[in-house]
Design a protein around this ligand. Structure first.
Ligand code: URA
Ligand code: SF4
Length: 244
């Protein structure tokens, strides 16, 4: 008698394997065209105009989001800045007062330092990279994000990364690094070592706000950004005189 055909459902894989076993198939081999299959499940990057068109409704959804308590205290949401076709995506923590007022990430003092790191340090226009935060709304008094706020907001950043499909992610500080790398390790241990988020290389580095307080650490962040440039085959600009 032919064994019962597997039914679809949560036990589908186990039933399928049992079905083949009952038919006398002892071993199953992965398809030789596995790599082709991977490409199907991980399609190539879309043209920037298409990515922009897909990000727009997401930004609109975020602008009205009520999924966590921060919606009550924000002035406005802060979705992202930069190019949907970017090769590099920077991920920060959450908007501060300046970002909350302007609706743009990294425009305050830490933001100005980040802009200098990108433009003077890496030699790239800020508008050529993509910049977003783990949280889209400002935590009151710039307190740390709460785990339930990160959980409520996470789908937005995940979608931004999925759509932009950067070649490299730069995690700015502990919260971005923990989000992308699913670890609780401290940022001083994580920084400078490549990790991965859904197959995208992640470089964790020190947050610009921390660098404002600890300027001697800027050389560490600079080394991390050089590693990003090297990975992308972009030549670092020659630096004359000043080192930060
Ligand atoms: N710090 C962040 O992490 N993000 C911003 O947008 C501004 C400051
Ligand atoms: Fe929504 Fe994120 Fe803002 Fe919370 S922080 S209200 S989840 S957009």
């Amino acid at each position: 008698m032919t064994p019962a055909r597997p039914r679809p459902g949560s036990d589908a894989l186990r039933e399928t394997l049992a079905y083949y076993r009952d038919l006398g198939v002892a071993e199953l081999y992965l398809d030789e065209r596995f790599e082709e299959h991977e490409e199907i499940s991980n399609p190539p990057k879309r043209p920037a105009s298409e990515v922009a068109a897909l990000l727009q409704p997401l930004a609109h959804e975020v602008s009205g989001c009520l999924k966590c308590r921060l919606c009550k205290t924000r002035k406005q949401t802060v979705f992202a800045d930069g190019s949907p076709g970017a090769r590099i995506m920077f991920v920060g923590e959450a908007p501060g007062a300046d970002e909350d007022a302007q609706g743009v990430p990294f425009v305050g003092r830490a933001g100005q330092l980040l802009t200098r790191m990108i433009e003077d340090g890496m030699g790239l226009p800020r508008s050529s990279v993509y910049i977003a935060n783990v949280l889209k709304c400002r935590p009151p008094d710039n307190r740390n994000p709460e785990p339930d706020e990160i959980a409520a907001c996470r789908g937005y950043l995940e979608s931004q990364i999925d759509l932009v499909k950067p070649e490299v992610l730069v995690a700015l500080g502990k919260f971005a690094a923990h989000f992308l790398l699913e670890t609780e390790e401290g940022i001083t241990r994580l920084r400078g070592k490549w990790g991965s988020y859904r197959g995208i290389p992640v470089m964790p580095t020190l947050h610009p706000s921390y660098l404002l307080r600890q300027p001697a650490q800027k050389k560490e962040a600079w080394a991390d950004l050089l590693a990003v440039l090297a990975r992308l085959g972009i030549e670092a600009p020659t630096r004359k005189g000043k080192t930060s």
